[in-house]
Ligand binder design. Sequence first.
Ligand SMILES: Cc1cc2nc3c(=O)[nH]c(=O)nc-3n(C[C@H](O)[C@H](O)[C@H](O)COP(=O)(O)OP(=O)(O)OC[C@H]3O[C@@H](n4cnc5c(N)ncnc54)[C@H](O)[C@@H]3O)c2cc1C
Length: 436
Amino acid sequence: MKIVVIGAGVVGVTTAYFLNRQGFDVVVVDRGQEPASETSFANGGQISVSHAEPWANPTALRRAARWLLRADAPLRLRLRADPRQWLWLAGFVRECTNARTRRNIGELVRLGIYSRAVLQRLRDEAGLAYDQRMRGILHFYTDPREFEAAHEPARLMREFGCERSIVSVDEAIAIEPALRHARALLVGATFTPADESGDAHAFTVQLAARCRAAGVEFRMGHQVTALRASGTRIEHVEAIDAHGRYEAIRASRYVLAAGSYSPLLAAPLGIRLAVYPAKGYSVTMPVRDTSRAFEVSLTDDEHKLVFSRLGDRLRIAGTAELAGYDRRLDLDRCRAMLRRIEQLMPGAGDAASARFWSGLRPSTPSNLPYVGGTRIANLYLNTGHGTLGWTLACGSAKALADLIAGRQPDVDFAFCGPQAARGASSTSSIRETIPQ
Ligand SMILES: Cc1cc2nc3c(=O)[nH]c(=O)nc-3n(C[C@H](O)[C@H](O)[C@H](O)COP(=O)(O)OP(=O)(O)OC[C@H]3O[C@@H](n4cnc5c(N)ncnc54)[C@H](O)[C@@H]3O)c2cc1C
């Protein structure tokens, strides 16, 4: 049976891999020349189950009010005349209750732990090397109120099985000695030893090569313009190639994994996905002084930045702007990231050689992705992974391939669509493909 996957980011490529392993004949269609050329290109690199607290949580509205007044705030909202943005914001406000946050953390921790294990198996099986580091993730705090506020979500994560423990400043510096220069700023930390980091772009490009070798076809340079339906089935995908030639690509089933652009392709079919782009930035620079550079992946909660060591490079990523599909680099924001690393670990990186990048996180109000079916019988979704697309990609892909093959996934998660209802357990709820 032939399946078309739309999107060759980390989510689309992992989906293609697991579908191919299930014996399906897979075609991946993407407008880029290479896989992982959009949001999966230069992200924060963290495989972070410990990052399961969604932006929407009981403290979010208080913090947002504070941040709205600051030009350099880690989260920024540019209100637009865009009903999709307002609907998304209304959904976000609904997710800020204690009950929703608890439920969302539970779902993300379950899928995250599963996904991390699937990644580890896949990495060994396929022999992938992508500057991975298995040294845990240390969240550090420089504001006592933020540290205090982190205790409850960390406790919740432990309740759901993620070993995120509270550690003292001395313990944090013992875990990552490069933080010694910042001792006076630190007030505490949490540590999750099982979390990892690695280069999502290198991983995706290598996995795509393995997929090709196993018979997956990649139609790169193809812009999908529409999914054409007849009755309750997709008939074909309409695409335009790099020479402007129109093509109808037919298959028995279709998976939409187009990141922030998924809702634009789903909307004409009457499927409303609450996915909105949240722009983030990253800085990548060579290590200048190894004795000062971090080895363990870090999260700076106050500035909403993550740090990953990728071989002899330092990657710092974060901040979020809800400003539509605009990917322009705001150099002030990029320089603010450089200032922060210089403040914490002076001389660690070669700032003169820094490369800046921006990407659009495909964000849902709850931070839960859409994984599963739709009311169109042969259309499936694997999209909306927001801040955690690299962390959740392998687990989402394996679970979706199981669902498509008619098997019950090995993970309990709020899959979407009628197909999920057959395999759902009592603890997971079935989500509809309407705004959450
Ligand atoms: C600054 C930043 C830091 C991040 N840090 C982390 C982190 O540390 N850990 C983590 O887990 N996650 C992180 N993320 C999130 C993660 O990068 C994303 O969730 C993930 O890359 C999304 O993958 P995707 O495959 O869904 O989307 P993409 O990688 O964007 O892939 C979608 C693909 O669809 C294609 N496409 C779209 N529309 C069309 C069309 N019409 N026709 C043809 N092709 C189309 C695009 O070309 C693209 O290749 C971060 C994100 C950002 C921005």
